[in-house]
Design a protein around this ligand. Structure first.
Ligand SMILES: Cc1cc2nc3c(=O)[nH]c(=O)nc-3n(C[C@H](O)[C@H](O)[C@H](O)COP(=O)(O)OP(=O)(O)OC[C@H]3O[C@@H](n4cnc5c(N)ncnc54)[C@H](O)[C@@H]3O)c2cc1C
Length: 436
């Protein structure tokens, strides 16, 4: 039996609903193909017994609002999806009458304004697309993407509070937002922020209470982001990289806390010995010509570039002492001197917490190839990885880490029984939090 006819308060057959939606978005953009519907019913980690009945792809805010109204009228559940790079069951259907809204046709950069230092994009734009468009103008958003940014979307990133590039200095993706255009569950279009004449010129986040904040980190439950305006900065002209090795996770987190307080790093990224082993296996696979080419391209002269690439290639797996916790730090800024000053501070802090400086190849690769191919959901031996994130205060992060390890030790038998292995990744979040 048609799942819609069986379950909805206003029964409608799937073909009839598809026809109504096609009248809004065009028949080519309403998909009944089973493979695509199944793809939209699972994410990186989980799947569901239910399969979405349709996948509909609007091209703009107007079409999106019309689609949501129709789905509301007939009583369907709505699951917005960007690139499907999440692992939290966030858009996976919870019933048999869910329609997936595919935002990938909403992929236009609507306006880049150097005069106002803002950029407005449709929510289905990917982070790599945004960065490429802004780089041509010498501009950047403060937070500039997750490591999945090769495909993952701005809408998905804001719904899940992305962390990574720029986050150690500027916080999550949401903290760079100026304004949102959101379609609510009833198909109403809400525009947040101060927008000047004709409400068409978003330039400042606050116009009374912070409505944009409500929709950030909502996993799409409070509305569908249609358009997003970010603030811009001039792209930093200089950057530097350093890596350090720490004898324990606690020392590492104390050092990261102090570096956060000093506000010196644009990115900090650290691993425990378990994850280091996995990363190094992957790195030896990754040190291919493309990665080395990107490392060369980052340096101002070919000679320096070749030297850097040679170091990356020769560094192999050997430069991180076994059992240590490596930290990769990137600093950036307007002048070479300011960047050098920040890096001197990073070195001093690392020393204060028993850190030893090591080869900076990984820090360099992170920046040279920020949006690598998306293969790290599967480990080098084919194992499945799923991240679980905790945002910690600077002062208690070391203790939280100790407690997690204690919990793992207490449950070691259970982990062994289920062949569960663990690894830690640590990053910074502005001057006031760390992510474990
Ligand atoms: C290899 C890999 C690396 C990763 N690296 C990082 C990283 O460095 N930092 C990080 O933070 N995360 C990272 N992630 C996690 C994931 O990529 C992010 O959560 C990403 O933002 C998901 O974007 P997406 O477009 O794929 O969204 P989806 O997975 O499609 O959706 C995510 C959530 O957002 C909702 N949603 C999507 N679009 C909209 C919209 N327009 N309006 C409202 N709700 C919407 C969905 O309903 C769902 O709840 C990584 C994942 C992988 C697989």
């Amino acid at each position: 039996m048609d799942p819609l006819s069986a379950t909805l308060s206003e029964p409608i057959s799937t073909p009839a609903l598809a026809e109504r939606l096609a009248a809004i978005v065009g028949a080519d953009n309403v998909c009944i193909d089973e493979a695509k519907r199944k793809l939209h019913s699972e994410d990186i980690w989980s799947n569901s017994d239910d399969v979405v009945v349709l996948v509909v792809a609007p091209a703009n805010t107007g079409e999106l609002a019309e689609v949501v109204k129709v789905l509301g009228d007939v009583g369907c559940s709505i699951a917005p999806r960007g690139s499907g790079m999440s692992y939290t069951s966030a858009y996976v259907p919870a019933n048999s009458h869910t329609v997936s809204i595919d935002t990938l046709r909403m992929n236009r950069i609507l306006a880049v304004s150097r005069a106002d230092m803002t950029v407005t994009v449709q929510a289905g734009v990917s982070w790599v697309q945004l960065n490429e468009a802004l780089a041509k103008e010498g501009l950047r958003t403060p937070f500039w993407g997750p490591m999945s940014g090769l495909v993952s979307t701005i809408g998905g990133g804001l719904s899940q509070l992305n962390a990574m590039f720029g986050a150690s200095q500027y916080g999550t993706s949401s903290e760079s937002v100026v304004a949102l255009t959101v379609v609510t569950g009833t198909g109403e279009v809400i525009r947040t922020g101060a927008r000047g004449e004709a409400a068409n010129h978003p330039f400042y986040r606050h116009f009374g209470p912070d409505l944009a904040g409500i929709f950030c980190g909502d996993c799409g439950t409070l509305g569908i982001k249609a358009e997003v305006t970010f603030r811009l900065i001039t792209a930093p002209a200089h950057e530097d990289y350093a890596s350090f090795s720490f004898p324990s996770g606690e020392k590492l987190l104390e050092a990261m806390g102090e570096m956060s307080r000093a506000g010196i790093a644009s990115e900090m990224c650290a691993f425990d010995p378990g994850l280091t082993e996995v990363r190094m296996k992957r790195m030896s696979l990754m040190a291919d010509m493309k990665t080395l080419g990107a490392v060369i391209g980052k340096e101002k002269s070919l000679g320096k570039g070749l030297l850097s690439a040679a170091r990356v290639a020769l560094g192999g797996r050997s430069f991180i002492p076994e059992g240590d916790y490596p930290l990769h730090v990137i600093t950036e800024g307007r002048s070479k001197e300011a960047v050098a000053f920040d890096m001197t501070e990073a070195r001093r802090i690392a020393r204060d917490f028993d850190g030893t400086e090591i080869e900076n190849s990984i820090a360099k690769i992170i920046r040279a190839n920020p949006f690598p191919p998306l293969n790290s959901m599967v480990g080098p031996t084919g194992e499945a990885w799923v991240p679980v994130h905790g945002v910690c205060p600077l002062s208690t992060a070391p203790q939280i880490f100790t407690e997690i390890q204690k919990f793992y030790a207490e449950n070691a038998a259970l982990f062994a029984e289920h062949e569960i292995h663990t690894g830690f990744l640590f990053t910074g979040m502005a001057t006031n939090a760390l992510i474990i």
